[in-house]
Design a protein around this ligand. Structure first.
Ligand SMILES: [Zn+2]
Length: 171
């Protein structure tokens, strides 16, 4: 479903996705459809698991990153990522999400972030480098596997006393 959004060229960045109508907070902006599964990450891939990547069809890969996005990610019944409005989006606004909502680490983007948003982090980070307060802000709008990764890695990095252990002593 792409009713209500279209791709446009932007001067500052490359192509972006813009709304052609008002979206209310909570509305689905784009229903994700998986085109194919990939064996590794690449610049248009969506991460859907610790080592699982997919390509979505249509406009999914055209959504730009923002450090103050108006869309979030929700897994649909097919395992694809839908984009959901996390606040009202006016007609003609660019629809954006935070790449950290989808990718645990970001490997294929330039280090400087040009999103221009208030509170820009200065560089595009993955979930693993997202500040804790932003993780809280994004609750309910991130790929679910990211939360599982956090739990798994916390378990790996703590010993039975609950203290951090150095990477040298991991058995
Ligand atoms: Zn930014």
């Amino acid at each position: 479903m792409t009713a209500g959004i279209e791709m446009r060229s932007t001067s500052a960045k490359s192509d972006g996705v813009f709304t052609t109508r008002l979206f209310r907070a909570g509305e689905t902006v784009l229903v994700g459809v998986i085109e194919k599964r990939l064996s590794k990450n690449h610049s248009h891939a969506s991460q859907v698991g610790e080592n699982e990547y997919v390509l979505h069809t249509g406009l999914t890969s055209k959504f730009n990153h923002s450090c103050n996005p108006n869309c979030g990610i929700r897994l649909n019944a097919t395992g694809a990522h839908d984009f959901i409005a996390i606040r009202d989006i006016r007609m003609g606004d660019e629809a954006t999400f935070d790449y950290a909502m989808r990718n645990y680490s970001v490997d294929y983007f330039p280090p400087a972030c040009k999103c221009g948003a208030k509170g820009c982090r200065g560089h595009i980070t993955g979930w693993k480098d997202l500040p804790e307060n932003r993780k809280v802000d994004y609750a309910g709008y991130v790929a679910p596997y990211l939360l599982e990764m956090d739990v798994k890695l916390q378990r790996r990095s703590r010993n039975k006393d609950g203290q951090e252990i150095s990477s040298m002593t991991v058995c």
